[in-house]
Design a protein around this ligand. Structure first.
Ligand SMILES: Cc1ncc(COP(=O)(O)O)c(C=O)c1O
Length: 343
């Protein structure tokens, strides 16, 4: 049982499987002709209508990983700086190194059972380093915290000379409303907001994501253009997912309940800190003495989670929220470990 990579283990909506059963000659053998109609694809048109954002400001990619690569390769030259969270998805540093960029890290601060962005500190670091790009993740992986609107506003004002990438890969697990994004992208001209179908929509294997880009980022809009279209099967899957809001609301509500159960379980055990998360995973600091036994018991049960090294996050693990049944198995294993230790 893999609870280590923040995949959505419920799988996608039934309509996505209907799409797969209906794939034929058109999707497999023909290029789309959407470009001739003046739009990128059916999916960008649909997203534009749903999000109330001009289609020209929506880009598609093979996952957010690919989008991030495109933005960094488009804008960052060798020796230029990228400001990114010290505790974050490992690829941020790797993509910077692909172009010879220099990463400057800012730290997320820990307060009781939650991490948060220290905007004042970020602003002073920004003034000192003058980065080309500022990367923010909301919710952040692995800390699980997200950014509130007033902090984002302060950042966009302070970082107006740079490009701001807001990685919202874990959008939807706390609040799946779509109202705010149109306002944000109108107000923040130097911002790019990345969202993926991998997590909330459980389509990681289809490799499809989108970005909403601010009006100042026209260079990227050109750089990212695809005249022959995108993967038509992935697009059809994404459209089917967008047509299934009830399915996703239901599985997310269950994940939110289970997330709360994990908080309760760890809060009741001395020596554990389970950080509050707006994503489909929880970061947990565990007592040092339990580390080995935890690894052994979970291994014996075939449960795989993410163990951080001591330099990244001392004594921390990250548990992806699985299906309810998988979460129950995980919680039973944890109870057993703690019980063993206490005897
Ligand atoms: C913060 C963050 N952004 C993006 C991704 C990758 O998303 P995608 O599957 O769309 O490439 C991950 C993957 O785990 C992630 O943790």
């Amino acid at each position: 049982m893999y609870l280590d990579r923040n995949e959505n283990l419920y799988g996608p909506a039934p309509k996505c499987f209907d799409v797969l059963r209906s794939i034929g000659m058109k999707e497999l053998s023909l290029y789309s002709r959407d470009f001739q109609r003046g739009v990128k694809s059916l999916l960008t048109e649909r997203l534009a209508a749903d999000l109330k954002i001009p289609e020209q400001q929506i880009l598609l990619s093979e996952g957010s990983e690919d989008m991030l690569k495109q933005v960094i390769h488009c804008y960052v030259n060798s020796g230029e700086k990228i400001l990114c969270p010290a505790q974050s998805w490992w690829y941020y540093q790797v993509v910077a190194s692909e172009v010879g960029g220099v990463t400057v890290q800012y730290k997320l601060k820990e307060r009781v059972d939650r991490f948060h962005y220290d905007v004042d500190e970020m602003i002073s670091l920004y003034a000192k380093e003058s980065p080309r790009v500022v990367l923010i993740a909301s919710p952040n992986n692995p800390t699980g915290n997200s950014l509130d609107e007033s902090d984002l506003q302060r950042m966009t004002e302070a970082f107006s000379e740079s490009i701001i990438i807001l990685d919202e890969a874990y959008w939807g697990f706390a609040d799946a409303s779509i109202e705010r994004i149109a306002e944000q992208i109108k107000s923040y001209r130097n911002v790019l907001i990345m969202r993926t179908f991998s997590k909330y929509y459980a389509l990681a294997g289809a490799r499809i994501a989108y970005a909403v880009v601010g009006l100042d980022l026209t260079h990227l809009t050109k750089f990212a253009s695809h005249y022959l279209g995108y993967n038509r099967i992935s697009e059809a899957l994404a459209l089917a997912a967008l047509d299934s809001p009830e399915y996703y609301r239901t599985i997310t509500a269950q994940m939110q309940e289970d997330r709360k159960r994990f908080y309760d379980l760890f809060d009741a055990k001395p020596g554990f800190t389970c950080f509050r998360s707006e994503a489909n995973f929880v970061l947990v600091r565990i007592p040092v003495k339990i580390k080995e036994v935890l690894r052994d018991v979970l291994k014996a049960k075939g449960i795989v989670i993410k163990y951080f090294s001591d330099t990244e996050f001392p004594n921390c693990i990250r548990i992806t929220l699985g299906t309810h049944q998988q979460n129950v198995l995980m919680m039973e294993a944890l109870q057993m470990i703690v019980y063993k230790e206490q005897r």
